[in-house]
Ligand binder design. Structure first.
Ligand SMILES: Nc1ncnc2c1ncn2[C@@H]1O[C@H](COP(=O)(O)OP(=O)(O)O)[C@@H](O)[C@H]1O
Ligand SMILES: [Mg+2]
Length: 271
């Protein structure tokens, strides 16, 4: 299942969620014990403002997914904490919703029914129906409500997955390489869609991506995880404020320069 589905506190309005600020405070995650113990994340500390889009870049295996899982309460840090608004995350957190690289839709359900799975508990049938209809329209699937996942393209399935995550009214939207499996053109369309969606449903967004251009196109700020030589595991090695309001010119010289410099931080030669 793509979304994290515990019940919302009773009485929470089913319409829109307010974007919530979050902070990672001295987050550390080690796996294993004794000789097999290894530290994946070390002393990760950063704040994300309510409604901000923050992209996370870093080499494969450096702990990006582990970081998102800690925010959702799907994984417990070995030390440190994640605080959403004023409350530390302890166990699966209803304030977050997750979408992954694969849509993870239930194949026997229609797209409409898959999106409805994301609705918060306690949402009335009438409210739920209206919300699903609105989300189908938001992600351009209003004519495919009754289709099953195998009857639509990968990009459409991914749009349904995004709609399912939004159905929760998340204060924090966690996206783990959400467009990584899509072809280049569909990926660009999805990036534009995400910007449109963010204007209408302004959650705080943590976007893990391996695509530097995607980070530059979508994020207010980018953090790069890597090993800084100060100990085992990954920590933040660079933070970049991305200039310019969105949508940004994909051909801008300023972004091209930043792209080269970020690739260098990631240890990839830009030429
Ligand atoms: N439950 C687990 N048990 C042991 N090792 C894990 C577990 N989850 C993640 N890891 C390890 O943590 C490291 C980081 O994983 P991950 O967060 O998936 O990296 P990324 O998303 O940056 O590619 C990997 O070496 C992975 O094997
Ligand atoms: Mg990952």
């Amino acid at each position: 299942m793509t979304t994290v589905l515990p019940s919302r506190p009773a009485g929470t309005a089913p319409g829109h969620a307010a974007a919530l600020p979050l902070s990672f405070r001295g987050l550390q995650r080690s796996f294993g014990a004794g000789a097999t113990a290894h530290t994946v994340l070390r002393d990760v500390t950063f704040d994300v403002a309510a409604g901000e889009v923050l992209a996370i870049l870093g080499p494969s295996g450096c702990g990006k997914s582990t970081l998102l899982r800690a925010a959702a309460g799907l994984d417990s840090p070995s030390a440190g904490s994640v605080v959403i608004e004023d409350t530390a995350v302890q166990g699966i957190d209803a304030r977050c919703a997750f979408a992954f690289q694969e849509p993870r839709l239930l194949p026997w359900h229609t797209l409409q029914a898959n999106i409805a799975i994301g609705l918060p508990a306690g949402c009335s049938a009438k409210e739920g129906k209206a919300k699903v209809a609105r989300l189908l329209e938001l992600v351009g699937l209003e004519n495919f409500a009754k289709h099953r996942p195998r009857e639509v393209s990968g990009g459409m399935a991914q749009r349904a997955s995004l709609a399912r995550a939004l159905a929760r009214n998340p204060g924090v939207l966690l996206l783990d390489e959400p467009f990584g499996a899509l072809d280049a053109l569909t990926r660009i369309r999805m990036q534009d869609l995400l910007l449109d969606v963010h204007r209408v449903e302004p959650a705080t967004v943590l976007l893990v991506t391996h695509d530097v251009d995607e980070a530059l196109q979508l994020a207010d700020r980018i953090i790069v995880l890597g090993n800084d030589g100060g100990g085992p595991g990954a920590t933040i090695v660079r933070t970049v404020e991305v200039p310019g309001s969105r949508p940004r010119d994909r051909a801008s010289a300023e972004l091209a320069h930043l792209r080269g410099s970020l690739l260098q931080t990631l240890g990839v030669d830009a030429h």
